[in-house]
Write a protein that binds this ligand. Structure first.
Ligand SMILES: [Zn+2]
Length: 299
């Protein structure tokens, strides 16, 4: 399980806070790895078949669009909505429709999950895969929405395993309207899911071990992780939040990809300037170029 903790970058205090966060997150991560083990089959036949079905469902949705009400809910609540270019709106809506009919939600405290809540989570999760396949979410079984704190994980605002996502609704609601702060709970947790999908491990390398790109990813993660630690160690601020520096006792660095993903969509120009290699890797992986997006006014 990978946890999302509150903001940690704050100039001079950054390193000390980061170390505290890393100790906490380390406990969580160790427990998860010991349960899961590294030898388990990460991509069962069942999930490959499910991935194929999800991709077929998406193909069947070509040209389908959200209702005016659904579009209005997303436009009124999601800060990034106005930044998404026109040519991505159609593919985005098709994926949202497939997501809504494919993945169950559980409200852990507040009664039935409203259509509005489902829509907002689906929309942000599908922004990540707007130029990718629906089968990125082939392992996802359920999304749990918590009113505020996540039972058993009281210091986390969200968590992800290969199969499930937990989200604190009160935090999600507070942050969903801000398109430019570099923090996005839903993007963060679903980025973990994508990172898990290829090999069952969240280590910030979202491509499969047999991919020709894997060496480049490994080198990029090592280099950028060192750089992030150095910047926060010297008390400066950075486009990727400090939590991206978390490292497990086995040496995995699961948070760089998720924190980098939030920065990619919400601090794109700064990320491109400060970490061009991270930006380029995410640009190629997600197939979008948020640094070129311009805010449009939705009526
Ligand atoms: Zn995380």
């Amino acid at each position: 399980m990978i946890a999302y903790t509150p903001s940690s970058e704050s100039g001079g205090a950054g390193l000390a806070i980061m170390l505290l966060l890393l100790v906490f997150a380390g406990l969580v991560f160790v427990v998860h790895l010991s349960k899961r083990g590294r030898t388990r089959t990460f991509d069962s036949r069942l999930n490959r078949k499910r991935g194929k079905r999800l991709d077929q469902m998406l193909a069947g949705r070509e040209g389908d669009r959200l209702s005016d009400w659904q579009r209005r809910v997303i436009a009124d609540n999601i800060g990034l909505y106005d930044w998404v270019p026109e040519e991505l709106r159609g593919p985005w809506e098709e994926r949202i429709l497939v997501f809504l009919e494919s993945f169950p939600f559980t409200d852990m405290e507040d009664g039935p999950v409203s259509e509005e809540k489902r829509l907002l989570v689906a929309a942000e999760a599908c922004l990540l895969i707007v130029r990718r396949r629906m089968s990125d979410y082939r392992h996802l079984q359920r999304i749990h929405l918590w009113k505020d704190k996540i039972t058993g994980m009281e210091n986390a605002l969200g968590t992800a395993t290969q199969f499930e996502v937990n989200l604190s609704w009160s935090y999600l609601k507070k942050s969903i309207g801000k398109a430019r702060d570099g923090h996005n709970l839903t993007l963060h947790e679903f980025a973990h899911l994508i990172d898990f999908a290829d090999d069952g491990i969240a280590q910030s390398i979202p491509v499969s071990p047999s991919s020709p790109a894997v060496k480049e990813w490994e080198a990029m993660v090592e280099e950028e992780h060192k750089r992030l630690m150095k910047v926060y160690g010297s008390g400066k601020n950075y486009s990727i939040r400090a939590y991206g520096g978390y490292e497990s006792i086995k040496g995995d660095k699961p948070e760089l990809f998720s924190c980098g993903t939030s920065a990619f969509f919400e601090r794109s120009a700064r990320l491109k300037r400060e970490c061009p290699k991270v930006y380029q890797a995410l640009n190629e992986f997600y197939g979008v170029d948020p640094a070129t997006w311009r805010q449009q006014k939705t009526d």
